[in-house]
Design a protein around this ligand. Structure first.
Ligand code: DQA
Length: 144
């Protein structure tokens, strides 16, 4: 089973950005964590990070016919991007939304998730472990 893991803007700054919120682990630590979790679950994983909305949209479109599921932390685009929502709907792959922090317990504007309007699963507030939970959900069939 092939899974595409997408990370949005500023996640490349992990370890530097607001460590009290996001922790001290770097983006590279996250990549290693995801690869190890995927290996344990016998999943083939590709990981892509971009600060550009259009690049994330294109990555979602290109997943069609190539991947069996998507794990996405769209970061700030979660709360703004109809384009990412439309791309997810267009490809129709099983999709899990992940956030390191609990977006429901932060500023009001973070409570709206366009990604969540399509994603069949959401995990937030569990740090890196949330990615493992999303991969696990896909590995067992991606149902609610
Ligand atoms: C985030 C939460 C978003 O609100 C924020 O813009 C991010 C990271 C998270 O993983 O907790 O960049 O997606």
């Amino acid at each position: 089973m092939k899974v595409l893991v997408l990370n949005g803007p500023n996640l490349n700054m992990l370890g530097i950005r607001e460590p009290a919120l996001y922790g001290k682990g770097t983006y590279n630590d996250l990549v290693i964590f995801i690869r190890e979790a995927a290996k344990e679950l016998d999943l083939d994983v590709e990981i892509f990070q971009s600060n550009c909305e259009g690049e994330l949209v294109t990555a979602i479109q290109n997943a069609l016919g190539k991947f069996d599921g998507i794990v996405i932390n769209a970061a700030a685009y979660t709360h703004t991007s109809v384009a990412i929502l439309d791309a997810l709907k267009a490809v129709g792959l099983p999709t899990a939304e992940v956030h390191l922090t609990d977006i429901n317990k932060r500023e009001q504007f973070r409570r709206l998730s366009y990604v969540g309007m399509y994603a069949q699963k959401t995990v937030c507030g569990k740090g890196f472990d949330g990615y493992r939970e999303c991969l696990q959900w896909l590995a067992v069939g991606g149902s609610k």
